[in-house]
Design a protein around this ligand. Structure first.
Ligand code: PMP
Ligand code: GLN
Length: 382
Protein backbone atom coordinates (compact mmCIF):
# COMPACT_ATOMS: atom_id res chain seq x y z
CA UNK A 1 0.00 0.00 0.00
CA UNK A 2 1.24 3.47 -0.88
CA UNK A 3 0.99 5.27 2.49
CA UNK A 4 -0.66 8.65 2.67
CA UNK A 5 1.49 9.46 5.72
CA UNK A 6 4.78 7.66 5.05
CA UNK A 7 6.75 9.82 7.48
CA UNK A 8 4.40 9.34 10.42
CA UNK A 9 5.12 6.68 13.03
CA UNK A 10 3.42 5.79 16.30
CA UNK A 11 2.75 9.04 18.17
CA UNK A 12 5.33 10.22 20.68
CA UNK A 13 2.72 9.95 23.45
CA UNK A 14 2.15 6.26 22.71
CA UNK A 15 5.90 5.64 22.38
CA UNK A 16 6.69 7.21 25.73
CA UNK A 17 3.84 5.44 27.50
CA UNK A 18 5.13 2.12 26.12
CA UNK A 19 8.67 3.01 27.23
CA UNK A 20 7.34 3.84 30.71
CA UNK A 21 5.57 0.49 30.86
CA UNK A 22 8.66 -1.36 29.64
CA UNK A 23 11.05 0.36 32.05
CA UNK A 24 8.72 0.88 35.01
CA UNK A 25 9.38 4.63 34.78
CA UNK A 26 6.94 7.10 36.33
CA UNK A 27 4.91 8.36 33.38
CA UNK A 28 4.98 12.16 33.20
CA UNK A 29 4.97 11.89 29.40
CA UNK A 30 1.52 11.39 27.89
CA UNK A 31 -0.90 14.04 29.13
CA UNK A 32 -3.49 12.38 31.34
CA UNK A 33 -4.34 12.55 35.04
CA UNK A 34 -3.47 9.64 37.34
CA UNK A 35 -6.66 10.35 39.33
CA UNK A 36 -10.28 9.69 38.45
CA UNK A 37 -13.19 11.94 37.49
CA UNK A 38 -15.30 13.42 40.31
CA UNK A 39 -17.30 10.83 42.24
CA UNK A 40 -20.67 12.35 41.21
CA UNK A 41 -19.76 11.94 37.56
CA UNK A 42 -18.79 8.30 38.07
CA UNK A 43 -22.06 7.68 39.89
CA UNK A 44 -24.00 9.38 37.11
CA UNK A 45 -22.31 7.16 34.54
CA UNK A 46 -23.12 4.05 36.57
CA UNK A 47 -26.72 5.21 36.92
CA UNK A 48 -27.10 5.75 33.20
CA UNK A 49 -25.38 2.46 32.44
CA UNK A 50 -28.14 0.79 34.46
CA UNK A 51 -30.92 2.83 32.84
CA UNK A 52 -32.90 0.97 30.17
CA UNK A 53 -33.21 2.98 27.00
CA UNK A 54 -29.89 4.81 27.29
CA UNK A 55 -27.91 2.42 25.14
CA UNK A 56 -28.74 3.15 21.52
CA UNK A 57 -27.46 5.84 19.18
CA UNK A 58 -27.58 9.34 20.51
CA UNK A 59 -28.79 12.00 18.06
CA UNK A 60 -26.02 12.75 15.54
CA UNK A 61 -25.14 16.26 16.89
CA UNK A 62 -25.24 15.11 20.53
CA UNK A 63 -27.92 14.70 23.21
CA UNK A 64 -30.08 17.85 23.28
CA UNK A 65 -29.83 18.02 27.08
CA UNK A 66 -26.03 17.92 26.99
CA UNK A 67 -25.90 20.60 24.31
CA UNK A 68 -28.31 22.74 26.36
CA UNK A 69 -26.18 22.30 29.49
CA UNK A 70 -23.01 23.26 27.58
CA UNK A 71 -24.74 26.32 26.17
CA UNK A 72 -25.83 27.41 29.64
CA UNK A 73 -22.36 26.96 31.09
CA UNK A 74 -20.63 28.74 28.23
CA UNK A 75 -23.11 31.60 28.59
CA UNK A 76 -22.30 31.90 32.30
CA UNK A 77 -18.52 31.73 31.86
CA UNK A 78 -18.38 33.94 28.74
CA UNK A 79 -20.95 36.50 29.77
CA UNK A 80 -19.84 39.04 27.17
CA UNK A 81 -20.68 36.69 24.27
CA UNK A 82 -24.13 35.46 23.23
CA UNK A 83 -24.99 31.93 24.35
CA UNK A 84 -24.30 29.39 21.63
CA UNK A 85 -27.53 27.94 20.24
CA UNK A 86 -27.60 24.27 21.25
CA UNK A 87 -29.63 23.35 18.16
CA UNK A 88 -27.44 24.95 15.53
CA UNK A 89 -24.08 25.82 17.09
CA UNK A 90 -22.92 22.94 19.34
CA UNK A 91 -21.83 19.48 18.22
CA UNK A 92 -20.70 16.72 20.59
CA UNK A 93 -17.67 14.87 19.24
CA UNK A 94 -15.54 11.88 20.23
CA UNK A 95 -13.05 14.07 22.05
CA UNK A 96 -11.51 17.22 20.68
CA UNK A 97 -9.52 14.88 18.46
CA UNK A 98 -12.56 14.05 16.37
CA UNK A 99 -13.63 17.70 16.33
CA UNK A 100 -10.19 18.73 15.03
CA UNK A 101 -10.37 16.14 12.31
CA UNK A 102 -13.96 16.97 11.37
CA UNK A 103 -13.23 20.68 11.10
CA UNK A 104 -10.16 20.10 8.93
CA UNK A 105 -12.00 17.62 6.71
CA UNK A 106 -14.93 20.02 6.42
CA UNK A 107 -13.01 23.12 5.37
CA UNK A 108 -9.59 22.25 3.91
CA UNK A 109 -9.37 21.52 0.20
CA UNK A 110 -6.27 20.31 -1.67
CA UNK A 111 -3.82 23.19 -1.96
CA UNK A 112 -5.39 25.23 0.84
CA UNK A 113 -2.95 26.64 3.35
CA UNK A 114 -3.45 26.26 7.10
CA UNK A 115 -1.49 28.44 9.50
CA UNK A 116 -0.16 26.46 12.45
CA UNK A 117 1.79 27.83 15.41
CA UNK A 118 4.72 25.65 16.38
CA UNK A 119 5.40 23.83 18.65
CA UNK A 120 2.07 22.19 17.75
CA UNK A 121 0.02 19.29 18.99
CA UNK A 122 1.09 16.26 16.98
CA UNK A 123 -2.10 15.64 15.00
CA UNK A 124 -2.38 19.09 13.43
CA UNK A 125 0.13 18.69 10.59
CA UNK A 126 -0.79 15.12 9.51
CA UNK A 127 -4.54 15.84 9.71
CA UNK A 128 -4.09 18.91 7.47
CA UNK A 129 -2.00 16.93 4.99
CA UNK A 130 -4.60 14.14 4.82
CA UNK A 131 -6.98 16.74 3.37
CA UNK A 132 -4.39 17.82 0.81
CA UNK A 133 -3.83 20.99 2.80
CA UNK A 134 -0.46 22.67 3.23
CA UNK A 135 0.54 23.52 6.82
CA UNK A 136 2.30 26.89 7.08
CA UNK A 137 4.20 27.06 10.33
CA UNK A 138 4.85 30.09 12.51
CA UNK A 139 7.27 29.54 15.39
CA UNK A 140 6.40 30.55 18.91
CA UNK A 141 9.73 31.51 20.51
CA UNK A 142 10.79 30.09 23.89
CA UNK A 143 10.54 30.76 26.78
CA UNK A 144 7.19 32.57 26.54
CA UNK A 145 5.86 31.12 23.27
CA UNK A 146 4.00 34.32 22.43
CA UNK A 147 2.84 34.81 18.83
CA UNK A 148 4.83 37.24 16.69
CA UNK A 149 2.04 38.92 14.72
CA UNK A 150 4.42 40.30 12.09
CA UNK A 151 5.54 36.75 11.37
CA UNK A 152 1.88 35.70 11.14
CA UNK A 153 1.18 38.50 8.67
CA UNK A 154 4.06 37.35 6.47
CA UNK A 155 2.76 33.77 6.35
CA UNK A 156 -0.89 34.62 5.66
CA UNK A 157 -1.79 34.51 1.97
CA UNK A 158 -4.92 34.56 -0.20
CA UNK A 159 -4.72 30.75 -0.02
CA UNK A 160 -4.95 30.69 3.80
CA UNK A 161 -8.14 28.76 4.55
CA UNK A 162 -7.73 28.31 8.28
CA UNK A 163 -5.67 29.55 11.22
CA UNK A 164 -5.22 27.04 14.05
CA UNK A 165 -4.87 28.46 17.53
CA UNK A 166 -4.34 26.48 20.75
CA UNK A 167 -4.86 28.37 23.99
CA UNK A 168 -3.78 27.45 26.64
CA UNK A 169 -1.10 25.93 24.48
CA UNK A 170 0.21 22.40 24.51
CA UNK A 171 3.11 21.98 25.29
CA UNK A 172 4.08 25.48 26.56
CA UNK A 173 0.99 26.61 28.48
CA UNK A 174 1.04 30.01 26.74
CA UNK A 175 -2.33 31.79 26.88
CA UNK A 176 -3.78 34.15 24.27
CA UNK A 177 -4.48 37.65 25.60
CA UNK A 178 -7.18 40.07 24.46
CA UNK A 179 -4.48 41.79 22.39
CA UNK A 180 -3.58 38.54 20.66
CA UNK A 181 -7.19 37.98 19.63
CA UNK A 182 -7.39 41.57 18.52
CA UNK A 183 -4.27 41.20 16.36
CA UNK A 184 -5.58 38.01 14.81
CA UNK A 185 -8.94 39.62 14.07
CA UNK A 186 -7.20 42.60 12.50
CA UNK A 187 -5.06 40.39 10.24
CA UNK A 188 -8.04 38.32 9.12
CA UNK A 189 -10.31 41.29 8.51
CA UNK A 190 -11.34 41.35 4.86
CA UNK A 191 -10.22 37.75 4.23
CA UNK A 192 -12.38 34.64 4.24
CA UNK A 193 -9.96 32.63 6.39
CA UNK A 194 -11.53 30.67 9.22
CA UNK A 195 -10.18 30.01 12.73
CA UNK A 196 -9.95 26.75 14.63
CA UNK A 197 -9.45 27.55 18.30
CA UNK A 198 -8.40 24.48 20.27
CA UNK A 199 -9.38 25.42 23.83
CA UNK A 200 -9.26 22.00 25.46
CA UNK A 201 -7.34 23.44 28.45
CA UNK A 202 -9.71 26.42 28.65
CA UNK A 203 -10.23 26.23 32.43
CA UNK A 204 -6.52 25.82 33.22
CA UNK A 205 -5.35 29.44 33.23
CA UNK A 206 -3.22 30.45 36.21
CA UNK A 207 -2.24 33.45 38.30
CA UNK A 208 -5.65 35.09 37.86
CA UNK A 209 -4.96 35.85 34.21
CA UNK A 210 -8.09 36.32 32.12
CA UNK A 211 -9.15 33.31 30.10
CA UNK A 212 -10.54 34.52 26.81
CA UNK A 213 -12.11 32.35 24.14
CA UNK A 214 -12.10 33.14 20.43
CA UNK A 215 -15.88 33.35 20.90
CA UNK A 216 -15.46 36.46 23.02
CA UNK A 217 -14.11 38.46 20.11
CA UNK A 218 -17.18 39.37 17.99
CA UNK A 219 -15.37 39.42 14.63
CA UNK A 220 -13.63 36.13 15.35
CA UNK A 221 -16.75 34.42 16.70
CA UNK A 222 -18.29 34.60 13.22
CA UNK A 223 -15.43 32.67 11.68
CA UNK A 224 -14.33 30.35 14.49
CA UNK A 225 -14.69 26.73 15.43
CA UNK A 226 -14.08 26.57 19.19
CA UNK A 227 -13.16 23.16 20.61
CA UNK A 228 -13.22 21.87 24.16
CA UNK A 229 -12.73 18.48 25.80
CA UNK A 230 -14.47 16.82 28.73
CA UNK A 231 -11.33 14.68 28.94
CA UNK A 232 -9.43 17.66 30.35
CA UNK A 233 -12.27 19.30 32.24
CA UNK A 234 -13.46 16.17 34.06
CA UNK A 235 -10.19 14.18 34.32
CA UNK A 236 -11.73 11.70 31.89
CA UNK A 237 -9.44 11.46 28.86
CA UNK A 238 -10.61 7.88 28.32
CA UNK A 239 -14.22 8.90 27.84
CA UNK A 240 -13.36 10.57 24.53
CA UNK A 241 -16.01 13.26 24.72
CA UNK A 242 -15.64 16.85 23.59
CA UNK A 243 -17.44 19.44 21.55
CA UNK A 244 -17.24 22.05 18.83
CA UNK A 245 -18.98 25.43 19.00
CA UNK A 246 -19.34 27.33 15.73
CA UNK A 247 -21.85 29.58 13.97
CA UNK A 248 -24.70 27.69 12.24
CA UNK A 249 -23.24 27.67 8.71
CA UNK A 250 -19.91 26.32 10.00
CA UNK A 251 -21.64 23.84 12.31
CA UNK A 252 -23.59 22.45 9.35
CA UNK A 253 -20.29 21.61 7.66
CA UNK A 254 -18.76 20.03 10.78
CA UNK A 255 -21.83 17.86 11.19
CA UNK A 256 -21.67 16.76 7.56
CA UNK A 257 -18.31 15.18 8.38
CA UNK A 258 -19.05 14.13 11.97
CA UNK A 259 -22.04 12.05 10.84
CA UNK A 260 -19.71 9.96 8.67
CA UNK A 261 -16.79 9.71 11.10
CA UNK A 262 -18.47 8.59 14.32
CA UNK A 263 -22.13 9.55 13.66
CA UNK A 264 -22.70 10.04 17.39
CA UNK A 265 -20.93 9.82 20.74
CA UNK A 266 -21.57 7.25 23.51
CA UNK A 267 -25.07 7.82 24.93
CA UNK A 268 -24.57 6.97 28.64
CA UNK A 269 -21.43 9.12 28.67
CA UNK A 270 -23.36 12.10 27.33
CA UNK A 271 -26.14 11.63 29.91
CA UNK A 272 -23.61 11.49 32.73
CA UNK A 273 -21.87 14.66 31.53
CA UNK A 274 -25.24 16.41 31.19
CA UNK A 275 -26.07 15.47 34.80
CA UNK A 276 -22.76 16.89 36.01
CA UNK A 277 -23.17 20.16 34.13
CA UNK A 278 -26.82 20.59 35.10
CA UNK A 279 -26.05 19.99 38.78
CA UNK A 280 -23.22 22.53 38.88
CA UNK A 281 -25.01 25.80 38.21
CA UNK A 282 -22.25 27.82 39.89
CA UNK A 283 -19.63 26.13 37.69
CA UNK A 284 -17.72 25.27 40.84
CA UNK A 285 -15.96 22.37 39.14
CA UNK A 286 -14.78 24.29 36.06
CA UNK A 287 -13.85 27.37 38.07
CA UNK A 288 -11.95 25.27 40.61
CA UNK A 289 -9.67 23.72 38.01
CA UNK A 290 -7.37 26.74 37.81
CA UNK A 291 -6.58 26.53 41.53
CA UNK A 292 -6.42 22.74 41.47
CA UNK A 293 -3.81 22.71 38.70
CA UNK A 294 -1.98 25.81 39.85
CA UNK A 295 -1.29 24.04 43.14
CA UNK A 296 0.09 21.04 41.24
CA UNK A 297 2.23 23.31 39.08
CA UNK A 298 3.62 25.11 42.13
CA UNK A 299 4.18 21.89 44.05
CA UNK A 300 6.11 20.32 41.17
CA UNK A 301 8.19 23.45 40.60
CA UNK A 302 9.02 23.70 44.30
CA UNK A 303 10.07 20.05 44.36
CA UNK A 304 12.49 20.64 41.47
CA UNK A 305 13.76 24.05 42.57
CA UNK A 306 17.50 24.37 42.97
CA UNK A 307 18.26 21.04 41.31
CA UNK A 308 19.61 22.49 38.06
CA UNK A 309 16.51 22.21 35.92
CA UNK A 310 15.65 25.39 34.06
CA UNK A 311 11.87 25.47 34.49
CA UNK A 312 10.05 27.60 31.93
CA UNK A 313 7.04 29.71 32.97
CA UNK A 314 3.68 27.86 32.94
CA UNK A 315 0.77 30.31 32.50
CA UNK A 316 -1.75 27.55 31.74
CA UNK A 317 -2.39 23.92 30.81
CA UNK A 318 -0.93 20.96 32.67
CA UNK A 319 2.58 20.68 31.30
CA UNK A 320 5.91 21.95 32.61
CA UNK A 321 8.68 22.57 30.06
CA UNK A 322 12.27 22.32 31.23
CA UNK A 323 15.75 22.88 29.84
CA UNK A 324 18.30 20.29 30.92
CA UNK A 325 21.48 21.83 29.52
CA UNK A 326 22.98 21.99 33.01
CA UNK A 327 23.10 18.18 32.97
CA UNK A 328 23.60 17.14 29.39
CA UNK A 329 24.29 18.34 25.85
CA UNK A 330 22.24 15.41 24.48
CA UNK A 331 19.48 15.80 21.94
CA UNK A 332 16.06 15.90 23.56
CA UNK A 333 15.00 12.47 22.25
CA UNK A 334 18.16 10.87 23.62
CA UNK A 335 17.82 12.72 26.91
CA UNK A 336 14.17 11.60 27.27
CA UNK A 337 15.23 8.02 26.63
CA UNK A 338 18.01 8.34 29.21
CA UNK A 339 15.59 9.78 31.79
CA UNK A 340 13.16 6.90 31.32
CA UNK A 341 15.75 4.12 31.28
CA UNK A 342 18.31 5.40 33.79
CA UNK A 343 16.34 7.71 36.08
CA UNK A 344 12.88 6.16 35.91
CA UNK A 345 10.87 9.17 34.71
CA UNK A 346 9.19 9.27 31.28
CA UNK A 347 8.82 12.67 29.60
CA UNK A 348 8.12 13.97 26.10
CA UNK A 349 10.94 15.51 24.01
CA UNK A 350 9.60 18.81 22.69
CA UNK A 351 11.11 18.24 19.21
CA UNK A 352 8.10 15.94 18.66
CA UNK A 353 5.97 19.11 18.42
CA UNK A 354 7.91 20.49 15.41
CA UNK A 355 7.31 19.26 11.86
CA UNK A 356 11.06 19.42 11.19
CA UNK A 357 12.05 18.00 14.58
CA UNK A 358 13.56 21.29 15.80
CA UNK A 359 15.44 20.45 18.98
CA UNK A 360 15.71 23.30 21.47
CA UNK A 361 16.88 21.11 24.33
CA UNK A 362 13.48 21.03 26.03
CA UNK A 363 11.47 18.26 27.61
CA UNK A 364 7.85 18.26 28.77
CA UNK A 365 6.56 16.96 32.09
CA UNK A 366 2.83 16.40 32.68
CA UNK A 367 1.93 17.55 36.21
CA UNK A 368 -1.68 16.29 36.13
CA UNK A 369 -0.63 13.77 38.77
CA UNK A 370 -1.27 12.98 42.42
CA UNK A 371 1.09 14.79 44.83
CA UNK A 372 2.73 11.45 45.68
CA UNK A 373 3.48 10.80 42.00
CA UNK A 374 5.00 14.25 41.57
CA UNK A 375 7.07 13.76 44.73
CA UNK A 376 8.36 10.36 43.64
CA UNK A 377 9.23 11.67 40.18
CA UNK A 378 10.91 14.77 41.57
CA UNK A 379 13.02 12.69 43.95
CA UNK A 380 14.40 10.84 40.93
CA UNK A 381 14.79 14.02 38.88
CA UNK A 382 16.70 15.75 41.67
N1 PMP B 1 -5.81 19.34 21.50
C1 PMP B 1 -4.81 19.44 22.39
C2 PMP B 1 -3.97 20.66 22.39
C3 PMP B 1 -4.59 18.40 23.31
O1 PMP B 1 -3.58 18.50 24.17
C4 PMP B 1 -5.43 17.28 23.29
C5 PMP B 1 -5.25 16.16 24.28
N2 PMP B 1 -3.98 15.66 24.33
C6 PMP B 1 -6.43 17.20 22.33
C7 PMP B 1 -6.61 18.25 21.46
C8 PMP B 1 -7.32 16.02 22.21
O2 PMP B 1 -8.36 16.05 23.11
P1 PMP B 1 -9.28 14.78 23.38
O3 PMP B 1 -8.56 13.93 24.34
O4 PMP B 1 -10.56 15.35 23.90
O5 PMP B 1 -9.49 14.09 22.07
N1 GLN C 1 -2.93 15.31 24.61
C1 GLN C 1 -2.04 14.37 25.20
C2 GLN C 1 -0.65 14.96 25.33
O1 GLN C 1 -0.35 16.02 24.81
C3 GLN C 1 -1.90 13.08 24.46
C4 GLN C 1 -3.09 12.52 23.81
C5 GLN C 1 -2.71 11.32 23.00
O2 GLN C 1 -1.95 10.47 23.43
N2 GLN C 1 -3.19 11.28 21.82
O3 GLN C 1 0.14 14.35 25.98
Amino acid sequence: LHSKLPDVGVSIFTQMTLLAQETGAINLAQGFPDYDPPQELLEALARHARTPGHHQYAPMPGLPRLRAAISAQVARLQADAPAPDPATEITITAGATEALYAVLAAVVRPGDEVLVFEPAYDLYGPAIRLQGGIPRYVRLPAPHFRPDWDAVRRVLSPRTRLVMVNTPHNPSGAVFTAEDWHELARLLDGTDALVLSDEVYEHLVFDDAPRISARQHPALRERSFVLSSFGKTYHATGWKAGYCIAPPALTTEVRRVHQFVTFAVSTPTQHALADALEADITDAHARGLATFYQEKRDHFRTLLAGAGWDLLPVPGGYFQLARYDAFSPAKDVAFAEFLAREKGVAVVPVSAFYHDGLDEGLIRFCFAKEAATLEAAAARLR
